[in-house]
Design a protein around this ligand. Sequence first.
Ligand SMILES: [Fe+2]
Length: 254
Amino acid sequence: MAKLVNKTKVQELFKSYTSNYNPEDPKISLKIYHTHRVAENSKYIATKLNLSEEEIEIAWLIGMLHDIGRFEQIKRFGTFNDGISVDHGEFGADLLFKDRLIEKYIDTREYDQVIETAIRQHNKYRLREGLDSKTELFSNIIRDADKVDIFRVQVEEPIVGIYGIPFEEIQKQTLSDAVFEQFKEHTAILRDLKKTKLDYYVSHFSLAFELVYPCSKQLTKEQGYLKKLLGLKVENPETQKQIDFIKKEINSVL
Ligand SMILES: [Fe+2]
């Protein structure tokens, strides 16, 4: 039986699409690599969830397309900050489904609604309620797969590129009380609470609270990036105590 998703063709299309956005630019190359990693994470999760071959292919495809809006976002607005530009999930889904870019990536229209919703929902603080079970499943897979790779990005990508200041400067900062307090709730940190760069850095740890599937937690542990992040050392002893507390809270849910 012919495959639903032609992996080679999708990768070539993605390569040719992103070649319009200067792959030499570190901001662009970061998102290209992230995309491939998220697609692989999605495939891993879908496989562990015992989904069918077709469904595993769809999960992988959603991974490949989930951040398609990032490239036009950085070109038009010069930032990845959704708060001051566009919601990149909505923006990417518009490119795919209003401009019909999706038709190049997959021949059948059978999964369009699922793919579109999963991409629109991938970056939301909370997944929309009332989705049908299949759409909810694929949305949760991409949301988990994306979070797992965000841990890697924080470890492997240059901090100064992400935060605009070197890591040593972040280590001198303190944590905002509201951010620290929210860790006790075991939820992802709300964007509005973050003030210092350390708030932003440490907030990434809280994504672990939101992982839906045990196999996503397993994948996080296997990759080891979150563990590295949790080894964070800061200069202020009081702040270090807070970090150590946060580490314990996170490890308690993994
Ligand atoms: Fe994204």
